[in-house]
Write a protein that binds this ligand. Sequence first.
Ligand code: ZN
Length: 305
Amino acid sequence: MKFFKTNKKIKLFFYIFFICSIITIFNNNYLNDHKTNNTNIEKDETVNFQTNEKDEKIKIHFIDVGQGDSIFIELPNNETMLIDAGESSKEEVVSEYINTLGYNKINYVIGTHPHSDHIGGLAHIINSFNIEKIYMPKALSTSKTYENLLNTIYKNNKNIITAKAGIKIIDEDNLKINILAPNNNNYSNLNNYSVIIKINYKSKSFLFMGDAEILSENEILTDVSADIIKIGHHGSDTSSSESFLSKVNPKYAIIMVGENNKYNHPNQTILDRLERNNIITYRTDLNGNIVITSDGNEINVKVSR
Ligand SMILES: [Zn+2]
């Protein structure tokens, strides 16, 4: 009996020891699992961080709108900019392009100058998207397209910020967007009112000329050097003088131009000038949509044809 009792005690002791062991093992495992989970969270954060890094690129879409300009820019700070929107007949092309990229908001809209091949589609854009700021030059035009645009801006309770040289649209450490022109407020040719935009992102820069002609090119006193230039006035010889091109000294040039257009743009003199200066040239009439991506150090060009 006594022996049995002792045996029972031993059994009880082992039983308690067994239970304790199980609890300890369970706790350890739980803690380990918990640690693993933490590690996973850290890993996930690393992945997200890398994704953000990847997103910290500038993406410039030269949208093929035939004879006209429309450039949509996804900025590395997650804001967006639209420079012009082509003729009104191309307004849906532009709005669908931006919609497809997943945006319903445009932070900065630039209407370079009142010609219909630049501002024609802008009224539709202003009606269709949530617009933050609109920049346009103080130029007078009595065209129906221009009046319609001004009415649309007014009806949407938006203001126009007068675009002129010296305005800083964005002034961050790695990202700067400056207006280089117009430098005057009285031109006989509407093209010279064109808002010229320069974007600097880290070590790369991008220059957008609108339809600015040689008169306006010569008025710019600030640094025009850029890796990429959107050639002025669809490659017409009214723009892109030899001296201006050498100051810009770009690696790539983009000409936005319609197939078989009635103006014979681009001009052969300009194409020869670009080639002689070893500037790689892309054209919307030949290449369709042109998309330039840069992390601020390298530049990648993709074309749709
Ligand atoms: Zn034009």
